[in-house]
Design a binder for this molecule. Sequence first.
Ligand code: EPU
Length: 422
Amino acid sequence: MDKLIITGGVSLDGEIRISGAKNAALPILMGALLSDSAVRVGNVPHLHDITTTLELLGRMGVTITVDERSGVVIDPSTLTDTEAAYDLVKTMRASILVLGPLLAKFGTADVSLPGGCAIGSRPVDLHLRGLEQMGAKIKVENGYIRATSGNGLKGAHLMMDQVTVTGTENLMMAATLAKGRTIIENAAREPEVVDLANYLNSMGAEITGMGTSKIIINGVESLGGTQYDILPDRIETGTYLVAAAMTRGKVKLKDTDANQLESVLLKLKEAGADIAVGNDWITLDMHGKRPKAVNIRTAPYPAFPTDMQAQFTALNSVAEGSATIAETVFENRFMHVQEMQRMGADLQIQGNTVLSNGEGRLTAAPVMATDLRASASLVLAALVADGATVVERIYHIDRGYECIEEKLQQLGAKIRRVPSSA
Ligand code: EPU
């Protein structure tokens, strides 16, 4: 297991490229199960969660070829098994995204039920209820979701009690091959849902309304091969922008899309950042100034993303003034706060809100986190802390940030990866 050693105090300065979006790549790769022939997916990030996804598909007998230009060719026609086993699902909850495609295409799926999670209880009841409304028979047995669809799924009018990203994606994928029309009300509007819908349409699906809260899917007989490039990662983009703002630096991020992160850019401007955007780039310049603390309330897209909450908590801990951050999506997503307190941050948790008091000074400490975005926020805190911070358990970071230390080094940060025993 590796750890990162980061010596704080450098203002970030430079240019980096943003990778393809993890949370679009996962459903898109799993959505290949719906196709009759091979699909090629481009701009796939090199991440641990992608390796897990390819292993999951590989174990089903799917043929996978990875090319050197971040492309993956997936041929599901060789599939021999419709199981997603516990040992993989327990390392990546998003494995649940094979359920909809397997059921729609092959009429049967055995998917290990994801258990608890470091950021909240994260049930999948809405995925299951929607599939049942489409005619699936589902039982949970020996820790597995055992689902069959008899003569095939049927279109249905679905009302999601809560906005769920992977729930919307699972049901949308299932509906592409169902008989008749499916309407998903209160659907997630995240850019990753839109990217998945565009990809499925490029395979021959008939989906409209993506990006709104009402998605309409007309079922088709079959889906076929396509070539599709994954959209840029808005959370990776946001993370590097916050890193630059916290260190009073100046960065240019290329191959990204400013339209997907309006709420984050507005908060960075409120924090005092000078931001400019182009077709596929964003620049941020703090002109050497300390950021101002910003109030935040997380909520589904287009509101402020929960996946950027930990990074802004790090920013507020060194910013000028007091502010509050309310987390409304997950009930236990403040694990980074205790670690930042160990670095001297003046933060207090009150219910679902974290209050920051503009202490402005962090000091190095050994820290670790139990989820991806929390781990990333500790790296950001370390970039401004006095001394050398050791961030342990960075396998969480490797699940979602491609080459984080190389990218930060390119921006001038003093960061290195060493084996944990060192
Ligand atoms: N929920 C239910 N029942 C369900 C599904 C969801 O109660 O059947 C609840 C959840 O417990 C949560 C809320 O609904 O309180 C929203 O959860 P959602 O289902 O939207 O989350 P998710 O689909 O499991 C995706 C991302 C997460 C991101 C959330 C919210 C992927 C693979 N994961 O998770 O990304 O935080 O949406 O935007 O797309 C990350 O990348 O670090 C990450 C955790």
